[in-house]
Design a protein around this ligand. Structure first.
Ligand code: PLP
Length: 384
């Protein structure tokens, strides 16, 4: 049993500024619902990302669900989705009774492959079953290739949803992540770069669509003095207390991005002397928030992610494999999948060889050096 303090993958990092926003909510007795913190948090996220409009909701998953509803996704419709992602990206497709079609990743960003997207849309168009939406993810903070991807989606007139849950603070060609699709979504779950303990945000330049999202997120009450309903609504809004935490967190987003990028760079230079490791790339013209530092173990390392994971765990250090691609999950068995290169499943290859290291912005230098040391020792032992 190792009694040293556990080093977590990506724990919450409080700034100390959260309390005053929460106190304001208490002082005005606007505990819930909504209130000044929600309105201001939405404004502040708009100002930070450059999104013209935003809606604070209870989770990133709820934001994706609302986006799909706004795009008219319903029973038996198809929705294209990046395969290499957390299950929350695709679960809302199932909430709507729609069918996911999964797309492989490409090597430059580990995100949706434009070539595979083109293959899928070409085929679906020919078969007269174009999807109602394409959901693109910015994995571990790295932006996808939006220029190529959006051009293809536009050609087939299929709207894009940008799952920027992991990439607040990242940018692509000078534009902030979350602002590329018809809708963008953010998450403020406890493990994300900033947190409200749980929460999300729906972004769009379509004010009318977000007004409708607000209506749906607050139980779809028709205008009347009594409670009148003609559509299915949801209880998806963010509470005023949690928005207060978000406001205190957002004040420090730039420091958090720089801290995580520094952590990435320290891993990279600390491990540069050993062979067999490849770090997640960063696309030129893009800036990743490096939410999680990820690397892949090449065959010459003689090491598989579970062995390294176990070695770190023995030292009370949390690490994780990269997301298991959704097309390989039992939940989505039988869903179509389009590869980047025929016969080479790149997303699955990343899963088989990839590992995410402790990357929280509160990670201390000593904690990181300890982690680097364990990785070095484990790699040395494995190479013969
Ligand atoms: C965290 C996450 C979500 C879901 O966000 P929640 O706020 O936890 O519902 C969606 N997509 C990705 C890629 C995520 O990492």
């Amino acid at each position: 049993m190792n009694h040293s303090k556990r080093i977590y993958l990506s724990p919450p990092h409080m700034s100390g500024d959260e309390q005053s926003f929460i106190q304001q909510a208490f002082d005005s007795n606007w505990i819930a619902p909504l209130g000044e913190n929600v309105v201001q948090f939405e404004n502040e996220i708009c100002r930070y990302t450059g999104s013209p409009s935003s809606l604070a909701v209870s989770s990133g998953t709820a934001a994706i669900h609302l986006a799909l509803i706004l795009l008219g996704v319903s029973r038996n419709d198809y929705v294209i989705c990046q395969s290499l992602t957390f299950v929350a990206t695709a679960n809302p497709i199932l909430y709507q009774g729609a069918q996911p079609v999964f797309i492989d990743s490409e090597p430059d960003t580990w995100n949706m492959s434009p070539a595979a997207l083109e293959k899928a849309l070409y085929k679906m168009n020919k078969e007269n079953c174009l999807p109602k939406a394409v959901i693109i993810v910015n994995l571990l903070g790295q932006s996808a290739k939006y220029e190529e991807l959006c051009t293809i989606a536009e050609y087939y007139q299929v709207p894009v949803i940008e799952d920027a849950a992991e990439s607040l603070g990242s940018s692509y060609k000078g534009k902030k992540c979350g602002t590329f699709g018809k809708f963008g979504i953010l998450s403020f779950n406890g493990n994300k770069i900033i947190t409200t303990s749980g929460g999300g945000m729906l972004l769009s330049d379509d004010h009318e669509a977000l007004a409708r999202a607000k209506f749906l997120a607050t139980q779809a009450r028709d205008p009347a003095i009594h409670y009148e309903h003609s559509q299915t609504g949801f209880n998806y809004r963010m509470s005023n207390i949690l928005a207060g935490i978000g406001r205190g967190q957002l004040l420090h987003i730039e420091e958090r991005v720089e801290a995580r990028r520094e952590i990435f760079n320290r891993y990279k230079s600390g491990l540069s002397t050993i062979d067999g490791l490849d770090f997640m790339p960063e696309l030129p013209d893009s800036k990743s928030n490096r939410w999680l530092t990820a690397l892949t173990l090449s065959p010459e390392s003689n090491l598989s992610p579970p062995v390294l994971l176990h070695a770190l765990e023995k030292e009370n250090i949390e690490s994780r494999p990269i997301w298991k691609p959704l097309h390989t999950q039992p939940l989505f068995r039988g869903s179509p999948y389009f590869e980047h290169e025929n016969g080479r499943d790149f997303a699955n290859q990343l899963f088989q060889t990839g590992i995410c290291l402790p990357s929280g912005s509160s990670l201390t230098l000593e904690e990181q050096e300890k982690t680097i040391e364990i990785i070095k020792i484990t790699l040395k032992q494995s190479s013969v």
